[in-house]
Design a binder for this molecule. Structure first.
Ligand code: PA5
Length: 426
């Protein structure tokens, strides 16, 4: 099971230390569904519900996509795509034989980015999974209109209908109305699950399964992880992380950087930023979530981390067992002067480098928290999702906000629709 190591942060704590009593109270509020936004806590038992419900339909739909298409276009933004993209990059960074290419559309309004996607799509056979809980978000709606047009031009309106899958609200929204009228296959985003907590619903699971990820294992492992982290004690890794980061925030560490030494983790960090940023950044407070990709960023952001304003805390996600191993070869004459490393495993060298970075950052005034997962696989992914979601709910309640709303994201939409002269916009 996932572990948290606070040894690199403890020297920064004051005498009171992380407030585990507050973590316990926040966990109770969450579990009893008695806090602000409690009608959006359906993610707590989502894996069980999915296992008993939609999982079979998700697997069947994914198998149809894999059987007939070389590309799946996933249209969505925010919580409607970050989890799936994070999972696919982490677990299936390169498509394997029989895997369709998954391309993500509808997360920008850049005509140049759209052209890039169209070039990637080329003449391949494709399906579309359009994902929008509200069914009204402009960015994916525009992209869907364009990709649907292409699909209909390629296959004709009737055959195209069989290649569109809509993941949306059970009752509301334009997308739901269109799906009903056109007869597209649909999946439901549960009412009590917000976008950023929806990766273990069909929102994330269908693109993941289409990409070849074993989502049944993900769901089983998530059930186990949520059960294990229901433990009510300071041994609970979610308490440790939530309480430590809230404590450090009170001590002036207002920015948290999430780091990982696996480049394939990059979009998981984007998923984490949305989860924590939208959940905690409100009412004028909140830790600012940022991310870095080590070792690459040690040679760019490393300067700032080591030596910039001392407002940072660092959380490092690590996978203990690599899936591959390389040994540094011996070179005759030692032309590059690396023979002192000959015969050593790359993973061992990396581990030493990680220890060196940790010690340097702590010495430079950056508290270090580690989140350790055994392997970069379906089980590790599920543990990370359960851990970060639970810790986010606990941390949000500890800071006194509603971790399940996002009133701030409405402001730009209002302006945009008014400026675009959308009928009825004020
Ligand atoms: O977490 C959230 O609620 C948001 O980020 C949404 O996921 C995002 O705005 C997309 O919304 P929708 O799925 O309604 O298109």
């Amino acid at each position: 099971m996932l572990k948290v190591d606070l040894s690199g942060a403890s020297s920064f704590f004051d005498a009171a230390g992380p407030d585990f009593a507050a973590a316990a109270a926040a966990h109770r509020t969450l579990a009893e569904r008695s806090g602000a936004g409690s009608d959006f806590t359906g993610w707590l038992d989502l894996p069980q519900k999915v296992k008993a419900g939609e999982l079979r339909q998700v697997l069947a739909a994914a198998s149809h996509i894999r059987g007939r298409s070389e590309t799946l276009v996933v249209v969505g933004i925010g919580g409607s795509y970050l989890g799936a993209k994070g999972a696919i990059e982490l677990l299936r960074p390169r498509p394997q034989s029989g895997d369709p290419k998954i391309i993500f559309a509808g997360n920008s309004m850049s005509p140049d980015a759209l052209m890039g996607l169209l070039e990637e799509l080329g003449e391949t056979d494709f399906d579309i999974n359009v994902i929008s809980k509200s069914g009204t978000t402009l960015e994916p709606a525009l992209a869907f209109r364009m990709f649907r047009g292409l699909l209909e031009a390629k296959y004709g309106p009737d055959r195209a209908k069989k290649r569109i899958i809509a993941t949306t609200d059970a009752k509301r929204g334009v997308l739901k109305t269109m799906a009903n009228e056109e007869g597209w296959e649909t999946f439901i985003v549960p009412d009590d699950v917000g976008g950023r907590y929806s990766v273990l619903s069909p929102v994330g699971l269908l693109p993941m399964a289409a990409a070849g990820i074993d989502v049944s294992t993900v769901i089983d492992a998530a059930i186990e992880a949520f059960a294990a982290m229901d433990q009510r004690s300071p041994e609970n890794p979610a308490w440790q992380y939530a309480a430590a980061r809230q404590h450090l925030y009170r001590l002036g560490k207002s920015i948290e950087i999430l780091a990982c030494y696996e480049p394939s983790f990059r979009f998981m960090a984007e998923w984490w930023k949305q989860l924590y940023g939208e959940s905690e950044g409100k009412n004028g407070i909140g830790i600012y979530p940022a991310s870095v990709e080590y070792n690459a960023d040690l040679h760019s952001m490393g300067q700032y981390v080591q030596d910039g304003p001392r407002t940072l805390m660092e959380t490092v996600v690590s996978f203990e067992k690599p899936q591959n191993e390389f040994t540094v070869p011996f070179a005759m004459g030692d032309p590059d002067q690396l023979n002192y490393l000959a015969g050593r495993k790359l993973s061992d060298i990396s581990r030493v480098a990680q220890e060196a970075v940790k010690a340097a950052h702590i010495a430079g005034g950056v508290p270090n928290m580690e989140v350790r997962v055994e392997k970069r696989d379906e089980v590790g992914f599920a543990q990370l999702v359960a851990f970060f979601e639970l810790a986010c709910g606990i941390s949000g309640y500890m800071s006194g906000v509603n971790p399940f709303d996002q009133p701030g994201v409405e402001a730009y939409k209002k302006n945009m629709f008014r400026l675009l002269e959308k009928p009825g916009a004020v």
